[in-house]
Design a protein around this ligand. Structure first.
Ligand SMILES: NC(=O)c1ccc[n+]([C@@H]2O[C@H](COP(=O)([O-])OP(=O)(O)OC[C@H]3O[C@@H](n4cnc5c(N)ncnc54)[C@H](OP(=O)(O)O)[C@@H]3O)[C@@H](O)[C@H]2O)c1
Length: 251
């Protein structure tokens, strides 16, 4: 008997930006999208856009910093589907923009860790049991080249002189979570990988999207490409990697 159940993909923070583009692209490939948004109006609008294009998506109201919300959504997915193929931890914030670490508020750093790191870890912990029921489970953590310790400490890297302690350390911590869960789940059906979308034209970090796109900034399609590639690869044979469109990145 063939397995007819759809590939089920949950994406956090997917009502706009790279998350939405990933949702639309994977829906076009026939995946059933559980579109995470913490805003009912924006979330519904995003789901409607995918449905109007003729593809499958449904809304999960989900704030990744709220454990009650995460547990409620886990129950919903369990009751409705009983499994999850792919979890894409995309929700992210950047509140410190090249500020001196000497004076940066630790409250700002805590907020960034709350979404970027603790949100990611909480989602993984909650959904592992459902991912284990997939034929081939995937966890994709949307990280950043700004979280690469190797690049930040390499005088020849363009990231050497970047200083956003809160955002960078929270993404470095995301990468550590990727390595840890990849090893812990290596004997299961689940792979865990980090992806760097690259500098992308979204509203991220408070960017005004009405402003002209600076040189070197990618489109959202380019930003979502490597995430979509991993999420739609039937082989699912990468585990514990950190990649971008151009290939591997140093941790
Ligand atoms: N754009 C870039 O240049 C770039 C580069 C490298 C990595 N990244 C990473 O790519 C990911 C997506 O970024 P983006 O550029 O698409 O940014 P974006 O347009 O600002 O989208 C971020 C999404 O995350 C959601 N979010 C924030 N806090 C959340 C929470 N507590 N719970 C659930 N959702 C939450 C936002 O929802 P609200 O509207 O409700 O806040 C929004 O839907 C992030 O992880 C970011 O770090 C981006």
């Amino acid at each position: 008997m063939t397995d007819k159940r759809p590939i089920l993909t949950l994406i956090t923070g997917a009502d706009r930006g790279i998350g939405f583009e990933t949702a639309m692209s994977l829906a076009k490939k026939g995946q059933h999208i559980l579109l995470g948004s913490r805003n009912m109006v924006r979330g519904k609008k995003a789901v409607d856009k995918i449905r109007q294009a003729g593809y499958d998506a449904e809304l999960l109201i989900l704030d990744v910093t709220d454990q009650t919300d995460i547990d409620r959504n886990k129950l919903i997915v369990n009751e409705k589907f009983g499994y999850l193929d792919t979890l894409i931890n995309n929700a992210g914030i950047a509140l410190d923009n090249h500020e001196d670490a000497a004076t940066l508020s630790t409250n700002v750093i805590r907020k960034e860790f709350d979404v970027n790191f603790f949100g990611t870890v909480s989602m993984i912990q909650a959904f592992i049991p459902l991912l284990k029921r997939a034929k081939s489970g995937k966890i994709i953590n949307v990280s950043s080249n700004m979280g690469s310790l190797d690049l930040a400490s390499d005088p020849n890297s363009k990231f050497y002189n970047v200083s956003s302690l809160g955002y960078q350390s929270s993404k470095a911590a995301v990468n550590f979570a990727t390595i840890t869960f990849a090893k812990e789940l290596a004997d299961t059906n689940i792979t865990v990988n980090s992806v760097n979308p690259g500098w992308t034209a979204t509203a991220f970090g408070g960017r005004d999207t009405k402003q002209p796109v600076p040189d070197g900034m990618q489109t959202v399609q380019e930003g979502a490409r490597q995430i979509v590639k991993l999420a739609s690869d039937p082989r699912n044979d990468l585990n514990g990697t950190f990649t971008e469109n151009d290939g591997s990145l140093p941790w």
